[in-house]
Design a protein around this ligand. Structure first.
Ligand SMILES: Nc1ncnc2c1ncn2[C@@H]1O[C@H](COP(=O)(O)OP(=O)(O)O)[C@@H](O)[C@H]1O
Ligand SMILES: [Mg+2]
Length: 262
């Protein structure tokens, strides 16, 4: 098998003596939609936070496209080609849709603090480039018509799309989506499945998805990994996962989550 795009080995994370992740190993092959599922509190978002440099695991290795990510700051990890969306929307309140997407692209700008003179021409050109890329990403997710509205006044499903556009604008090679279907209705979920597939197929971006809606996960993913109490308990195709006794057990142990799997 080819070298995975993302590779985690033996990840351990704890807070004040509470173990959140224990010896988690995990790989994502390039060009796939891979999903990470598991009951609430299993450690899924924490794993995203380790990959993106928001959390520092106490043990283990994380490599992306052959590069060691462990000591990199979050903005460097974005620049290396990993983008994410958040479980709870994090759009800037006073900004328009377009400005929100542009705000995600600082990692790609060259004009820094150096040289007020140089800034004039090159920065203006750069600003135009950024605006064009942001607009193209908004068109891709289907909300370009709303680019001048204040982002937080959009319907919820459209705000989720703006977040995806903001992540795409950083030109990632790997996109991490944290519960993108939360709060969406049935029609919006079907559209999301189409959007995820087109991100993979048209933009050649690998996707790692955390999602509570198991039906959606089973339809869109090639591989599914299951986290329970901070440990990886199963990995396989959607069909293998749905019939894995350990997975059923993990979900049945939690009333709230049991319906999600069945
Ligand atoms: N910054 C933090 N400080 C303390 N505990 C945390 C922190 N982040 C996550 N946790 C704990 O880690 C566990 C897993 O949380 P999380 O990763 O959000 O789970 P999931 O996304 O699977 O629902 C929870 O018990 C949570 O309270
Ligand atoms: Mg979470």
């Amino acid at each position: 098998m080819t070298e995975p795009l993302l590779h985690l080995a033996g990840i351990g994370l704890s807070f004040a003596g509470n173990t959140v992740l224990q010896d988690v190993s995990f790989a994502v092959q390039e060009g796939r939609v891979a999903s990470l599922i598991g009951p609430n509190g299993a450690g899924k978002t924490s794993l995203f936070n380790c990959i993106t440099g928001f959390y520092r695991p106490r043990a283990g290795r994380i490599s992306f496209a052959g590069q060691d990510l462990r000591r990199l700051k979050p903005h460097r990890i974005t620049a290396a080609g990993i983008a994410r969306t958040f479980q709870n929307l994090r759009l800037f309140r006073e900004m328009t849709v377009l400005e929100n997407v542009m705000s995600g692209m600082h990692c790609r700008t060259r004009a820094g603090a150096i040289g007020a003179i140089l800034r004039l021409a090159s920065q203006r050109r750069e600003e135009e480039e950024i605006r064009a890329v942001a607009h193209e990403c908004l068109a891709f997710v289907g909300v370009a018509d709303e680019r001048d509205r204040i982002a937080t006044t959009l319907p919820y499903g459209h705000q989720r799309r703006v977040e995806i556009a903001r992540a795409l604008a950083t030109r990632p090679r790997l996109l991490l989506l944290d519960e993108p279907a939360a709060g969406l209705n049935g029609g919006e979920k079907r559209e999301l499945i189409g959007l995820i597939r087109s991100i993979r197929d048209q933009r050649a971006i690998t996707i790692l998805l955390i999602e509570h809606d198991t039906g959606l996960v089973m339809r869109v993913s090639e591989r599914v990994s299951v986290l329970d109490h901070g440990q990886m308990i199963a990995e396989g195709t959607p069909r293998e996962i749905q019939t894995d006794p350990r997975v059923i057990e993990a979900y049945l142990g939690s009333d709230e989550d049991a319906d999600a799997l069945l």
